[in-house]
Write a protein that binds this ligand. Structure first.
Ligand code: GMT
Length: 365
């Protein structure tokens, strides 16, 4: 098939998942066209079946806000017509689903029928979409999609709860490429980070408020009182300066490194003993799944779809949002005992295999 994929090209989970899906579909012989405003972060190689079409927004002094949605709809019309696409798959409802709807209507005037599949990822429903500013458009464009998928049962239920949706929503969970995310020998790297064989704890996110990154620092400070450890904070975003300040206030800077945005996350996960995701809301938790594929147990909150991934007491632990005391307690329980740590690592890996790309790709197809 000739598939158009619309996504955010950044390091956010929806963009990562959309890019990995496009790459896998291309490997399976489909022709995949990414349509977005810059090169997706994980689309950093050449493949005969992969194409990238940049949406550029013409600016004009009159515009306080450049109309990206109109530019995207126009680009979709252009690419569907001239590349003869069979289907559009849009990731993240705002504004991708509504731009696709507009493109679909315009294409109909040329006698072209293009089916649109919308995949809901999380904040497009739970945070931004619910906002009255966007709600009518989100509701309408979901209902107008020819197919709708959500990345967890929790997200599907939330969508029905908050929007008047009369379309069937199919749950297709996030997946991980187990060939890429696997434990790799990175002893030199481990030695550089933890020269005295300290436990290594990792957090990766876009440092938005919803991730509760300061909780990671509070939990780590409690862990340090019992277990010698190092914390790697991967990613960047608005909360990072507050986290850095908190490390100074708690006097733990020597044990914390902020690595910024990283491409080879799997290499960092390969030296990790524990992953932390204390999010306020999380429709699935792709970053936790990637950690589990690298044999890293996870301490998460019990928000949103996380219970559909993390098996409490088996692949890690789950505690109430904001309960840093319990999260630290559970982290210490895993880290202080070599044998227990090893069995949590194996369990995390076994669970991750249930979300292997090879199993999820055919569902999307
Ligand atoms: O987590 C983020 O802030 C990024 C966000 C996005 O939409 O780009 O991720 C969402 O989609 C991911 C892929 O489906 C899910 O694994 C994340 O759980 C979800 N994030 C939230 O719900 C906060």
């Amino acid at each position: 098939m000739k598939i158009g994929i619309v996504c955010y090209p950044t390091f956010g989970g929806s963009g990562v998942l959309a890019t990995e899906l496009g790459k896998a579909l291309a490997d399976n012989g489909h022709q995949v066209h990414f349509i977005t405003y810059s090169q997706p972060a994980r689309l950093d190689f050449f493949s005969a079946n992969l194409f990238y079409h940049e949406v550029s927004v013409a600016n004009y002094p009159l515009f306080d806000y450049a109309p990206y949605e109109s530019a995207l709809a126009s680009k979709l019309v252009d690419v569907v017509r001239f590349e003869k696409l069979d289907i559009l798959h849009v990731h993240y409802a705002i504004p991708h689903a509504s731009a696709a709807f507009m493109a679909k209507q315009i294409l109909a005037t040329y006698g072209i029928h293009i089916p649109v599949v919308t995949t809901l990822h999380g904040t497009d429903i739970t945070l931004v979409g619910k906002d009255l500013t966007y709600k009518p458009v989100v509701t309408f464009s979901i209902n107008q999609s020819d197919g709708v998928t959500a990345v967890s049962h929790n997200l599907k239920e939330d969508t029905y709860k908050h929007f008047d949706i009369h379309k069937d929503i199919r749950v297709i969970p996030n997946f991980v490429d187990m060939n890429r995310f696997k434990l790799k020998a990175k002893d030199h790297f481990k030695k550089a980070i933890a020269p005295n064989n300290e436990r290594i704890i990792v957090h990766t996110s876009n440092f938005r408020k919803v991730k509760r990154t300061q909780d990671v620092i509070y939990i780590f400070e409690k862990i340090l009182k019992k277990v010698s450890a190092k914390l790697l904070m991967v990613g960047d975003g608005p909360e990072r300066p507050y986290c850095e300040q908190l490390c100074r206030d708690l006097d733990i800077c020597d044990n914390v490194r902020f690595l910024g945005k990283q491409d080879a996350v799997e290499e960092i996960l390969s030296i990790a003993d524990l992953f932390m995701m204390p999010s306020e809301s999380e429709s699935f938790g792709l970053a936790a799944l990637e950690a589990m594929a690298c044999k890293v147990p996870v301490i998460t909150s019990n928000a949103g779809g996380l219970p559909e991934l993390n098996v409490d007491g088996v692949t890690g632990f789950m505690d109430a949002v904001g309960d840093v005391q319990e999260m630290a307690h559970h982290a210490i329980a895993i880290l202080e005992d070599d044998q227990r740590l090893q069995s949590f690592k194996e369990n995390a890996y076994t669970r991750a295999k249930e979300f292997d790309l090879k199993l999820i790709l055919p569902i999307y197809e």
